[in-house]
Design a protein around this ligand. Structure first.
Ligand code: CTP
Length: 404
């Protein structure tokens, strides 16, 4: 999302200015063209040299310095920017922008830009709670400016409360959201399942599988970025959901079944990327099982097939399944798409290099119940998620045109 985007990072006078260093470095690593603008006070906390080195671009520190390019610099940057981020944003910059004061490079540039502007406030709790600051923020929000944070916790001034610069991951998530201009899933509710399930033998032992959850988490994130209200029902994973995605954590297939049934009805789209265990131990020992001499035989009972159940119940919902196969990939997927009444199934051969569990890439095909097949190249799980949602959006569009 950040690749080749021109992002202006405005840094103002707050002790949190040092955190802009990590932000700039992160944006660069993600492929953005980062231009830093520092106010006079910011330069008391941080040197332009640090930001110049990390952004690999000149840092703008003064309004009337000799421009690095031929054009009127603040206008040039304001026009070229895809996004302006003010991190950290002091009470002073918020007040100045709110009242139309443009007395330095940053305020002038903000005044001249049509790009979205995102403020991440950082200040003392009393300053933040001051009704003047609160009113300024409310006015700016009304005018279409964006805010992220602040968070709560220990503040540099020795007090505790709201005013800390919110975590970088949250700032980056909001930035990503603002960079996606088209929101075709606005007003739509999307349910995504992800990760493995755990089927317990006793309180410490369970049967599970190798699913990392990455594919489902990528789908949830991309659906959110496209404007959807996203509910992610997830088995145990190490991944954090994208900020803004509502995450319901479960462990067993039965718990996933109950959570899905409680949520699916008012959803327009359901994407089942979870690797649900088909079987569970017939009984779950309340205490840790003791070993016995000789072999142990386990009896397994069938878990509900959540996807098949939704296929029976669905009304106008778009229902998408996944099939991780090791043989007869396309034929088995087509059979499942038919049998489970799906709109399409995302099939992958998990034995192929670059596909399957715990990787950042996947190689998938979309298989439709009418036998149609669309094979996709090897791509990142984020790109697979985008392709899935593009197909979903096409189907939603056809449905609203009364065509599908
Ligand atoms: N699924 C489900 N509930 C289950 C099992 C699977 O909802 N109890 C969903 C998965 O989320 C996935 C799809 O069904 O979208 C996988 O199909 P499935 O036929 O269950 O695949 P496997 O169990 O992997 O394969 P097979 O039945 O062929 O062994």
């Amino acid at each position: 999302m950040f690749k080749d985007k021109l992002i202006v990072v405005g840094i103002t006078g707050s002790i949190a200015a040092y955190k802009a260093v990590e932000l700039v470095s992160n944006l660069r690593k993600k492929g953005a063209d980062v231009h830093c603008v520092m106010t006079d006070s910011a330069q008391e906390f941080l040197t332009p040299l640090t930001l110049r080195t990390l952004s690999q671009n000149p840092v703008i520190t003064a309004m009337f310095a000799e421009p690095k390019r031929w054009n009127v610099e603040h206008v040039g940057l304001a026009e070229a920017a895809d996004l302006v981020m003010v991190v950290p944003a002091s009470a002073n910059i918020i007040g100045k922008v709110c009242h139309g004061i443009a007395d330095d490079f940053l305020t002038t540039m903000i005044m001249a830009t049509k790009a979205p502007v995102l403020f991440a406030p950082a200040m003392n709790v009393q300053m933040y709670l001051n009704p003047i600051v609160q009113k300024n923020i409310a006015v700016l929000k009304e005018q279409g400016y964006h805010f992220v944070g602040p968070g709560s916790g220990n503040l540099a001034c020795g007090t505790e409360g709201q005013g800390r610069l919110i975590e970088l991951s949250v700032i980056l998530a909001r930035a990503e959201e603002l960079l996606v201009k088209e929101k075709p899933l606005l007003g739509k509710k999307v349910l995504v399942t992800a990760g493995p399930t755990r089927e317990f033998l006793d309180p410490v032992r369970f049967l599970t599988n190798r699913s990392s959850g990455r594919m489902g988490y990528a789908v949830a994130k991309q659906a959110y970025l496209l404007g959807a209200d996203v509910v992610l029902i997830s088995g145990p994973t190490e991944i954090q959901p994208f900020p803004g995605v509502q995450c319901i954590r479960i462990e067993t297939a039965q718990e996933m079944y109950e959570a899905v049934l409680a949520q699916w009805e008012d959803c327009q789209v359901i994407i089942k990327a979870a690797a649900v265990a088909d079987y569970r131990p017939q009984s779950r020992n309340p205490e840790k099982m003791k070993k016995q001499s000789g072999d142990l035989q386990l009896v397994l009972s069938r878990n509900p097939d959540i996807l098949a159940e939704l296929g029976k119940k669905k009304k106008s919902q778009i229902l998408v399944g996944f099939a991780a196969e090791t043989e007869n990939v396309l034929a088995s997927a087509a059979e499942k798409a038919m049998r489970k009444n799906l709109d399409f199934i995302v099939a992958n051969d998990v034995t192929r290099e670059g596909a399957g569990f715990a990787l950042d890439t996947n190689i998938v095909s979309f298989v439709f119940p009418n036998g149609e097949i669309r094979e996709l190249e090897i791509m990142s799980k984020d790109d697979v998620a985008k392709a899935i949602l593009k197909e979903v959006i096409k189907k939603l569009q056809m449905r609203s045109d009364g065509d599908g």
